[in-house]
Design a protein around this ligand. Sequence first.
Ligand code: PEP
Length: 252
Amino acid sequence: MRQKIVAGNWKMNNDKAETKALIKGIKKSIKKLPLKNTRVIISPSYVSLSSAVKKAKNTNIEVASQNMHQAKNGAYTGEVSADMLKSIGVKTVIIGHSERREYFGETDELLAEKIDAVLANGLEAIFCFGEKLEERKKEDHLLEVGSQLKNALFHLKATDFKNIILAYEPVWAIGTGETASPEQAQEMHAFVRNIIGKKFSKEVADSVSILYGGSVKPANAEEIFSKPDVDGGLIGGAALKAEDFAAIIKAI
Ligand code: PEP
């Protein structure tokens, strides 16, 4: 059975005290939820990762990093390696978020290297992809997403997908309040599952979790999650409020 996943991307928000308070709030808010087949992941900033891992110990909450450098170590000022993440107990890394692509120049080719580094280190990737507004308007969204997946993931082996979560995030829906309709999300998720199936295997396609991200809120989560190929969400703004995040988890 495919895993259901709700992952919060905290971006550059929350200092030490705020991180502590938010984790406390999430723990309290999700305590009574039946989380049978659902994974709950949060991704604080680098400086709070270590304390977040400690605070989430013995709970249902997993802690992911928002990024990672592809090199083992070396002269890469300001960067963080897989070994560093592993040393504090982080097992999952978000790779290829559209903000990393747009503001930090991360290309498909670089993301392929990052994915390789994540997998070589026994970590798990949440790989983000999605089209921009102009690509959607030109009806090039399937073409664009197909190309992002091909460039960053098609060199992998089928078995690598045990450690990959996919996250479709249309750039025009991130932080804008505008959400893809459930039908638009389903169309893309089915397309992605289909090309993964053709390239790797039906087994891989059926077992890989595909999350939707882009202005998911308590009010729209249930409808989006009801679509057969949507296995959960990557949540930005609404992941910063414990009650909202819990309501989204409840909707799955
Ligand atoms: C995100 O940053 O991955 C995201 C989906 O943000 P938001 O939910 O705020 O649109």
